[in-house]
Structure formats: C-alpha cells, structure tokens
Design a protein around this ligand. Structure first.
Ligand code: SF4
Length: 461
C-alpha cells in the first residue's frame, strides 16, 4: 500500500486537509517509462496553471498513472480508486486514470469506478490539459485511449520533452516506445503499441539541455532499447551509434540504458560498452527463463545457449562487467525440471542481481488464456527458492568486492542518515559512504569496506 493510500485510510473526512484549487497529484505505479510519463503529465498540467499539491488529499486534480505488467499494481490502483470515493463530496475534484491500465481496461474502470472523470491512454498524453479543462466544466465521463503511433517524425506528441524539465543528477530519457516482440505473457504491445523510435536529433537535444542543467547520468529507456533506430525517417541509426553520439555531450558523464533484448544484442554494442568511457559497464539483460522450451512458449526469440554466448562475450571483453536480469517463475506449464533449469542458469551465470517474479496472469495475453496455469502455492515456492539462491550469489559477489576501488556518481544523502551519501558504481552497485553534500552531482572514488545483499559500504579515497 502506498503512503498516500495509508494516509487516506487513516484520516477521517472531517480531518482532511482542505483541497487547494489549482493543484495536482499524480500517483504512479510501474516502470521508469511511467515515471517519465508522470513527469510529462506534470509539465502539461503546469502549462495550464496547475501546481504540484503537497499530498493527494489537497490536490484538485488526482491522476493515477497505472501499470498493467502484473496484477498487483492493478489491484492497488482499483483499491486507491475505492478510497477516493469520499473525496467526491467536493464538486471541484477531478479524477483521471492514465497509463497502461487505462489503455487496456478503460471500460472496466468506468464500470467499477464511475466516479472517475476520464481515462487517458498511453498514446494521448497531449490531450491531458483539454481533458482536465473539460472535466472542470462538465461532469461527463471521457475516454481517450487511442493506441500510440508514430505521427511523421513526432513520437508520442512530445518532440520537445526537455522543455521545463527540472535538473536532476540522474535523468531518464525515453528513446523508444512500444514493442514488436509480443512475448506471450506481456501486455505491453497492447498498451503501448508497436515499436517507435524517437528521432536521434530530438534525443541528443534533450540530453544536451539536461546535461547543461546539471544531469550527469542519463538512462535511455525503451522496451527493447537496443533495437532503437529502426524506421526513422532519417534512416536506420544503430543503438551503438546513438551511444557514441551522446558520449560527445561535454557535461554528460555517464550513459546507461534499459532494457536490452538478448536477440538484438550484437557485437557492436559490446564493443561500445568496452570502448566508450561514458557507457557504463553494466548490462541488465532479461533472460526470463533458463529453459529453452519455456523460452519458446514465452515467445522469447533466443535460446539459453545464445543468451550465454552474449554473457560470456561480455565477460571476456569487459572484465568486471555488472550483470543483472529479469526472471519469471511459474509460467503456464512450467514443470519442476524446467524450473530447475532456471536455477541452474542462475548458478551458471551468477548475476549480480535479478528482478524475480512469479508469473501473473494478464488478461488479453496468450499466456493468460492458457488452461495449464501453475498453482499459486507452487509459484510462490519456486520464487522463494530462486530469491534465496540469488541472494546468496549476490552476497558472495559483493563480499569479494571489499577492498576494491570504485567510481561512484554521488546522488545525494541516504534516506536513513543525511551525513551518508549514496550513489551507484559504474557496475551498478549501490554504495554508501560518508561525504559532504558538496559532492552531490560529482564522481567520487571510493574504497569498499563492507558488503550486504543490497549493496556496499565504502570510504572516500
Ligand atoms: S520484449 Fe516482451 S516483455 Fe519486453 S515489452 Fe516487449 S513483449 Fe513485453
């Protein structure tokens, strides 16, 4: 449960802070792409005079930016919608649902939450100001959920994304939207549409402006980010070329990207990670399963062997490269033996970390319709085994780093102790160390003094 929902539940109507007209609050679930959309929606609202609210209870405009990748964030969104019913005593409140759930389940939202003013799909963010203004004048449910698509050389109606963005040490920059891979468990191609790349010039300009404003590290976002550059009007631009072009921006120190797709991970990208000093030596390469049959059923377009070839090549060319992955257990039909193949793969690769999930049924996907769903108890059990294994491996890898010297980008104070700064190493290790706030936004050399499963403690050199 989010802090906001807990707050809402614990505050009686009489005690609620007064709504402030002209303010907005966006509750976000899901991936960095959603975080980026939230930022963009905030800019749109500020463009028509709204200001951020201190909390959800004070906001005149409440937007839920939703995620459909798993069932849990959808349940949370419906739960928060239920909790917002009492706020409808104010006729001024405007309530909208955006993001992937709005795209995929607009009619269900309308049925289950009739107090919602509008649902806005992922391809229509630019319509937000008009929807809010209309909702303020007349209470009539509105649905805008056209599937996102390329319009000339303008992708997502946001050719000028960088305008008005606040300066941050680290910024996310979407470079590609949608997906053409159609994994059988995934709703993204339905909610985000077909793969579209942003024009290279727009990306370079956005990153240049961000770097001049103080951003030192960008993370390039795309569902299959390394397939960037197809179908651009200016012709194909390989992802590795984009990385080299970005590396020429003087104030930018670091470049990351997420998530690459294994089949499209070619030699030129490995060479770029090896040779381009601003591209970090970390690769988050989703495997999803360590069993070939499961990969086929998931419609993942690679085999375990071809995946391992990439891993081996990365380790050969870039010693010490950080490797992380995504894994799903309990995909429909997964046998004990197939699950054990995933465990074996994890032992074989020894990732630095992994995002591990039990398969969650997504209505409207081929896997969601299958009759051979794995019982919840088995999924939970497999997930627990996998997490135990990965935690052990991560602890062992991190312990071996004690004494190592790392370069860290200082992001800011840790939540627990303001005198302790935190940041990530080039290999994507979270590091904590004592330092003064003047170091924020700068690179620091640190020596690792201790290790945990979540990261490393260190001292400044
Ligand atoms: S590659 Fe597969 S999992 Fe990733 S967004 Fe595309 S369809 Fe979904």
């Amino acid at each position: 449960m989010s802090a906001q929902t807990a707050l809402l539940r614990n505050v009686s109507l009489g005690e609620r802070p007064k709504m402030r007209l002209g303010t907005y609050f966006i509750q976000t679930w899901g991936c960095q792409m959603n975080e980026e959309d939230t930022e963009q929606m905030g800019l749109y609202l500020e463009g028509i005079g709204f200001k951020p609210a201190a909390n959800i209870l004070e906001a005149q405009v409440i937007l839920l930016n939703t995620c459909s990748v798993r069932k849990k964030p959808e349940d949370k969104a419906f739960s928060l919608l239920g909790e917002l019913v009492p706020l409808r005593t104010s006729k001024d409140l405007i309530l909208g649902v955006c993001g992937c759930m709005a795209q995929a389940r607009a009619d269900e939202i309308r049925r289950r939450a009739p107090h919602v003013d509008f649902v806005l799909g992922t391809g229509d963010l630019g319509l937000l100001p008009g929807l809010v203004q209309e909702a303020a004048q007349k209470r009539k449910f509105q649905k805008r959920v056209s599937l996102p698509e390329r319009k000339g050389n303008v992708v997502e109606d946001v050719p000028q994304r960088h305008l008005g963005r606040p300066a941050k040490v680290k910024s996310f920059v979407p470079i590609q939207y949608g997906c053409d891979k159609f994994c059988t468990f995934c709703i993204v191609p339905t909610t985000r549409g077909r793969e579209r790349s942003r024009p290279t010039a727009d990306i370079l300009e956005e990153v240049r402006v961000l770097a001049e404003a103080g951003t030192r590290e960008v993370t390039l976002l795309g569902q299959t980010v390394n397939s960037y550059g197809k179908n651009l009007l200016e012709g194909k631009v390989p992802f590795s070329t984009l990385l080299w072009q970005l590396s020429e921006i003087p104030d930018l120190k670091r470049i990351r990207y997420t998530s690459p797709y294994p089949r499209d991970f070619k030699a030129d990208l490995i060479e770029t990670i090896r040779d381009c000093p601003k591209v970090m030596e970390h690769c988050h390469l989703p495997i999803q399963s360590g069993d070939d049959e499961m990969l086929k059923e998931m419609h993942r377009l690679y085999s375990v062997d071809s995946y391992l070839e990439i891993i081996d090549e990365l380790r050969r060319e870039i010693p010490g490269v950080g490797l992380t992955t995504d894994v799903i257990v309990g995909f429909p039909g997964e046998t004990d033996e197939q699950f054990l193949n995933t465990m074996r793969l994890m032992e074989r690769v020894r990732f630095d970390g992994a995002y591990m999930f039990a398969y969650s049924i997504r209505p409207g996907t081929p896997a969601g319709d299958r009759k051979d769903q794995v019982p919840e108890i088995i999924k939970k059990n497999r997930l627990a085994q996998l997490i135990d294994l990965q935690n052990r491996i991560t602890c062992e890898i991190n312990a071996k780093m004690i004494g190592a010297t790392l370069e860290v980008l200082v992001e800011g104070p840790s939540a627990k102790d303001p005198s302790v700064m935190q940041g990530y190493s080039r290999e994507w290790k979270m590091v904590h160390f004592k330092a003064s706030p003047e170091r924020i936004g700068r690179l620091a050399q640190v020596r690792v003094t201790d290790s945990r499963v979540w990261g490393l403690s260190a001292e400044l050199i």
